[in-house]
Design a protein around this ligand. Structure first.
Ligand SMILES: Cc1cc2nc3c(=O)[nH]c(=O)nc-3n(C[C@H](O)[C@H](O)[C@H](O)COP(=O)(O)OP(=O)(O)OC[C@H]3O[C@@H](n4cnc5c(N)ncnc54)[C@H](O)[C@@H]3O)c2cc1C
Length: 559
């Protein structure tokens, strides 16, 4: 489920192993959010030397990732990802991906936030676009079936095994059933439960919500990343690559304010640090009217801006009427990434046999409490490949079973009845609920969090959950009913919002992206552990599980 980088990479390996797989995606694969990734993908190729001529290594990459995660990442999965990174970049090159180059012809690498070395491989500032097209062409070449504009609506679970899924064909309104020995969730993040977000409108966390409902566990849902530089007004991302190339943040007094918050890394401190600092400047009245600061690229010169950052120049021109060659870009923090997701082990297997997850929808725990820029594209391609290895192994060992004709028909019937009910009833316009939800999430569960506010937020979410059954899409046609799609997404979003709220309330400390003004310090004694959420008899339960250490001991995080 999913036609982004994770889904496509996994599909290629499954096909290479001779398995009969298919990609099911609610949009054309090339419209998946992966296409919007700008800045790049991390790998310790060592093509550009670090301070004092030092050479990068997987271990340096792992150290930065673990420190960046505020020690919440599982260190075995981080080691695996960082060791696999260099060959993954080369593998993509061999598949046909075009990377930006150094003078000597090697793959170029730029500095990124929280990284001790220039480690981020890129294709100008359109890296996701390039990689997604590369994988898509490979999928076509492999003749892998693609069910595009099919919205997965439920998982088929029999005797505790995941054996397939149902999907709404958006064009016709038909409900289909898929019987399969494995379902891979590769369905991306849930950023759109917030109202100021860099995410595509389709990033509604359907995979996480369907998995939770089917009995899987969600992990670390309180850790939501806010990116410091989203375009004021639309919240379109302005890549960290801009600061990697030397852009600086300034407030209305023209102060380079990051010097006060991160004296060593300054503008290239990790995202949680820069987003908090930026929000604080704005809250203290040092931002511009309306609530933004400036990202200044002018000193980089026209050649660098046009050569290395053409995408963000175009975004600034088209959406704000500003040419960054001549003027600073107005930016403000916005939701950007979901660190939490479906709880899987190091192989990508969930606790339900037959159900796997990888990429942004999963929590294999490489990102912990705060993801470093460039590590997500890496996660999608590395674990897209590795989870396929696990699926192949399980299927060859005959561990998995697929759904019988009868259980597929029953599952289809359940979804059909539900959708008919939704379309037949009248009620309040549900888009109001969606707007309310996203506002509540940004207001009460944003960069700065506090008990009273969050409790109010949770009460509001519970109220919205009760109201959804009294709302309905106005469009009653079965064909091409986008309102119905949005309605089905909203049901899941309301559940995910509750998981974020409950996990955030229970974590009485500050770590990575989760900052509580009432508990401003990190508390390793009580909270160096993962939050896990399960649904039992319709009730949500929050509990904890240990973090896997082993490589680096937690220390104070200074930049
Ligand atoms: C603007 C932006 C820029 C970024 N830049 C970078 C960067 O430079 N470097 C980096 O490392 N990371 C970056 N990231 C993060 C990174 O791009 C994502 O985390 C990653 O691409 C997610 O890939 P994915 O395969 O997990 O999911 P996605 O690419 O989001 O794909 C999800 C897929 O699931 C499908 N799907 C979802 N629900 C359903 C359903 N119900 N039924 C059927 N199909 C469904 C969708 O159709 C889609 O095909 C950026 C993110 C954003 C938003």
């Amino acid at each position: 489920m999913g036609g982004g980088l994770t889904g496509l990479r996994a599909a290629i390996s499954l096909k290479d192993a001779g398995l009969d797989g298919a990609v099911v995606s609610k949009v054309h694969p090339l419209r998946s959010h992966s296409v919007a990734a700008q800045g790049g993908m991390n790998a310790s190729l060592g093509n550009v030397k670090g301070e004092g001529g030092t050479i990068d290594s997987w271990k340096n990459h792992a150290y930065d990732t673990i420190k960046g995660s505020d020690y919440l990442a599982d260190q075995d999965t981080v080691e695996l990802m960082c060791r696999e990174a260099p060959r993954t970049v080369i593998e993509l090159e061999h598949m046909g991906n075009v990377w930006s180059r150094l003078e000597n012809g090697k793959i170029a690498q730029r500095p990124f936030g929280g990284a001790g070395f220039p480690r981020t491989c890129y294709a100008a500032d359109r890296t996701g676009h390039n990689i997604l097209h590369t994988l898509y062409e490979n999928v076509l070449d492999h003749e892998i079936p693609i069910y595009e504009e099919f919205l997965v609506t439920s998982l088929i679970i029999e005797k505790g095994h995941c054996q397939g899924c149902t999907a709404l064909e958006i064009r016709t309104g038909d409900i289909h059933g898929f019987s399969s020995k494995a379902v891979l969730m590769a369905s991306g993040g849930f950023g759109r439960i917030f109202n100021r977000s860099t995410n595509a409108l389709i990033n509604t966390g359907d995979g996480q919500a369907l998995s939770l409902a089917a009995g899987a566990t969600l992990k670390d849902m309180e850790f939501v990343q806010f990116h410091p530089t989203t375009l004021y007004g639309t919240n379109i991302l302005i890549t960290e690559g801009a600061r990697g190339e030397g852009a600086i943040l300034t407030n209305k007094n023209q102060e380079r304010f990051m010097e006060h918050y991160a004296p060593h890394s300054i503008d290239l401190a990790p995202r949680d640090v820069v987003a908090r600092a930026t929000e604080k400047e704005i809250m203290e009245g040092k931002g511009f009217k309306g609530g933004y600061v400036h990202l200044d690229l002018r000193h980089l010169g026209k050649e660098v801006i046009i050569g290395k950052l053409p995408g963000i120049r175009k975004i600034a021109l088209d959406f704000a009427g500003i040419d960054p060659v001549k003027d600073p870009i107005p930016v403000q923090p916005g939701q950007h990434y979901s660190m939490g997701g479906i709880d899987v082990d190091i192989t990508g297997a969930s606790k339900i046999p037959g159900l796997y997850a990888a990429g942004e929808c999963a929590c294999i725990s490489v990102q912990g409490a705060n993801r470093l820029g460039g590590n997500s594209l890496l996660e999608t391609v590395v674990f897209g490949r590795l989870v396929a290895t696990k699926i192949i192994e399980d299927i060859r060992k005959d561990k998995n079973t697929n759904a019988t004709e009868k259980s597929v028909q029953n599952a289809i019937e359940r979804v059909r009845t539900k959708i008919n009910d939704i379309l037949q009833r009248d009620g309040e316009n549900f888009f109001k609920l969606r707007d309310n939800l996203t506002r509540i999430m940004s207001d009460k569960f944003g960069i700065f969090r506090e008990k009273k506010n969050m409790q109010e937020g949770l009460d509001d979410i519970k109220n919205l959950q009760k109201r959804i059954d009294h709302t309905a899409p106005k469009n009653k046609e079965p064909e091409l009913n986008q309102a119905l799609v949005k309605f089905l997404e909203l049901e899941g979003m309301l559940i995910l919002a509750e998981t974020v709220a409950k996990s955030a309330l229970a974590r009485r400390e500050s770590r990575g992206s989760h900052y509580r003004t009432d508990y401003p310090a990190r508390d390793d004694v009580n909270f160096l552990k993962h939050t896990v959420v399960d649904l039992k008899d319709g009730e949500m339960h929050v509990s904890y599980k240990p973090v896997k250490l082993g490589l680096f001991e937690p220390e104070e995080r200074v930049y």
